[in-house]
Design a protein around this ligand. Structure first.
Ligand SMILES: [Zn+2]
Length: 342
């Protein structure tokens, strides 16, 4: 049974506007809002955040906070203050040695920065939990990828990662990815989320953590190396409550939706977590809107616990709006009302 229907939301500038939008979300069958909190929101609109959370609660919505695009470590289009204010502690290309516009989340500098944002929000905002949104290393499409071309470059070969690797394995971190590098990358990548989640729960055990990773096959022939591709290891983290996998473009084959969803539910259940699947509610729309109903039925039929869509009003007004954004929003809303707690 689908027990949660979520939609993401941008914009911390006006409590009154947010309250109106939350009422519209309720009319669209949403039970939860995922608030995209950018670095700028945290830095500038911080007084508004608890008021907006409160307005959402008054509308009857649960609230999850999404540290959206922070350090460009998480998915999202927002710009990063961390990258603006720090020229070091960036991910470094293994092949060219160039510093890249992505924070290295294995450095204490970024780990402290991220922890401070989350613990401050955990203490101040009054939300119901956090949503870890597509964490990843840069150059994720390594070797082969169903969602993009093959690539050989990878990150991170910054001085911090190189030293950690040498301390652990006793030799210099190679430029060509080997099994030690793969293990190292995954272990370090999980640490920042695991540790921050643990601290959040210590502060308030009632706060719920969803970890949403990229929806990739990661089979024998095809693997992506974003750092969170070992779903078992991610779902096993004791501080995560919900295992979620991200949006699949409507144009991809139904078999892909099915495989990703089966594996998501299987891995979540194995580790006694709730499962969540996403709907693409921005940028692209199905050629035939009945596909929204079919995918929702597929998710429900395969035992998914929660649905989520990016984003409010189909991204209307943004460069990533779906062509018929409001129609897509209505199609998702109709489905949410149809399946929530049914
Ligand atoms: Zn690094």
């Amino acid at each position: 049974m689908i027990t949660q229907t979520a939609v993401s939301y941008y914009g911390m500038g006006s409590v009154e506007t947010a309250a109106r939008d939350f009422a519209e979300m309720r009319e669209h069958g949403c039970s939860t809002v995922i608030l995209a909190v950018t670095e700028f929101d945290f830095d500038f609109w911080r007084p508004n955040i608890p008021l907006i959370v409160d307005a959402a609660h008054k509308s009857g919505l649960r609230v999850l906070l999404d540290p959206w695009g922070i350090g460009k470590y998480f998915g999202g289009e927002q710009v990063s203050l961390f990258l603006q204010n720090n020229v070091e502690n960036r991910q470094v290309s293994a092949l060219t040695g160039e510093k890249l516009p992505y924070a290295c989340f294995n450095t204490n500098s970024f780990r402290d920065y991220f922890r401070r944002i989350c613990l401050t929000l955990a203490a101040e905002a009054g939300a119901d939990g956090f949503f870890w949104d597509e964490p990843h290393y840069a150059f994720p499409k390594s070797y082969a990828s169903i969602t993009g071309g093959a690539g050989e470059d990878w990150t991170c070969r910054c001085p911090v990662c190189m030293k950690k690797f040498h301390d652990y394995y006793g030799y210099e971190m190679p430029r060509v990815m080997n099994d030690d590098v793969k293990s190292f990358r995954r272990r370090e990548a999980l640490f920042i989320l695991s540790d921050t989640s643990r601290l959040i729960k210590e502060l308030n055990p009632g706060l719920e953590i969803t970890c949403c990773v990229h929806a990739t096959l990661n089979g024998y022939y095809v693997s992506e190396h974003r750092g969170y591709d070992d779903w078992d290891a991610v779902a096993a983290c004791p501080w995560f409550d919900v295992f979620s996998t991200t949006i699949i473009n409507w144009e991809l084959p139904r078999a892909f939706f099915e495989q990703i969803t089966r594996r998501t539910v299987e891995v979540a259940r194995k580790h006694h977590k709730l499962s969540e699947r996403w709907l693409m509610g921005y940028y692209r729309q199905p050629a035939d809107f009945r596909q929204v109903d079919e995918v929702v039925d597929l998710y429900r039929g395969l035992g998914v616990d929660r649905l989520a869509a990016w984003t409010y009003r189909g991204g209307f007004g943004s460069v990533l709006a779906a062509p018929d954004a409001l129609r897509l929003w209505d199609a998702i809303g109709g489905n949410y009302k149809r399946v929530l707690n049914q």
